[in-house]
Design a protein around this ligand. Sequence first.
Ligand code: CTP
Length: 400
Amino acid sequence: MNLLGGKKILLGISGGIAAYKTPILVRALVQQGAVVKVVMTPSAMDFVTPLTLSTLSKNPVLSSFTAEDHDNPTWNDHVALGQWADVLLIAPATSNTLSSMVHGSCNNLLLAVYLSAKSPVFLAPAMDLDMYAHPSNQNNLETLKAYGNHVLPVGEGFLASGLEGKGRMLEPDQIVSHLVSFFNPELELKGKKVLITAGPTYEAIDPVRYIGNHASGKMGYALAEVALKKGAEVILISGPSSQKINHPSLELIRITSADEMAEAVKKYYDGVDIAIAAAAVADFKPKTIAFHKLKKQNGLEKVELTPTTDVLADMGRSKKNQLLIGFALETENELENAKSKLVKKNLDGIVLNSLNDSKAGFTVNTNKITFIHKDQKTRSFPLQSKLECAHRIFEQILTL
Ligand code: CTP
């Protein structure tokens, strides 16, 4: 995709360990069609070399006020750089750089560019968890937001200090996704058709009773909401759910059983670009459905079961150009089981959610997910709302 086509991104790198990820960031921006120039603080050069960045950006990398030619020094024009950019992105933004930005300090080229920039400014903070939580940093971030800067969230997880918590710089693909959303507020999926399965299925025993599960449909409906926001046409094939959604670009197909879901998917699957199976489809159904309500005086010793169609596996078998994403709900050997489903069902990605976290799973509004790519690269996210999870899932899909 070319979602940043021709956009001029001035990347400012300050000196923190997360700077080692900036070559990947530059490459990801360039892959989306952006023109990238890089300004580094002197200490950033301890973490990543200008040569790497100039090779990937295909532009000279600047770090001082003057070009280093002693006989004929020339001025690196911070004003022109600030005015050239459509966006100034400072990643990583260290505690020191954030503090200097708050106070208007100007002791390096990056800070001078920031003070001269006319463009929107995005900041991707990166620091250790205690530094990030410190009131002085939190106040600085609030002040910088009040100045009109876009402060990106931080990631949570393993930190260079060996501690775990909030403070990691967002991953390059997430930073790119924020910029894509900024430049194309609703259009990342414009012209794309997305099929989503959601909710439980009910497998009838008789006209009154069924075998079902606790799925609410919340995750699938959140995915539909995000896809619609991003401009997609959405076909939502939903089992029984109390969730509500309404949008001109939405086709909502209500089904009850796994067989009905399989049939509906078959009808639409060929014409879609992305298919996401978020439904908790019953794996077994009664072999026969009693025509009349089973009466208890006749006794009910057993209900004979037979497997349902694996809707997702069918999609995997008949896949042409679609991106196919599944879900895996696991309670043990989670990663291993999810990876094996990814391969077995011929998927491009799988979202693992574990029932081992009390705030993740069926009926709650939050979820804790790990996205596993086809190449086995995994991205884990902290507990967040299902709507936020849906955003994270599309961020990952858009990198595919
Ligand atoms: N799925 C499906 N049709 C089925 C069963 C599952 O489309 N009959 C899809 C789900 O929507 C999900 C994925 O397959 O995207 C994995 O579902 P899950 O219940 O985790 O695994 P199963 O394949 O059913 O295997 P198991 O229950 O043994 O873990």
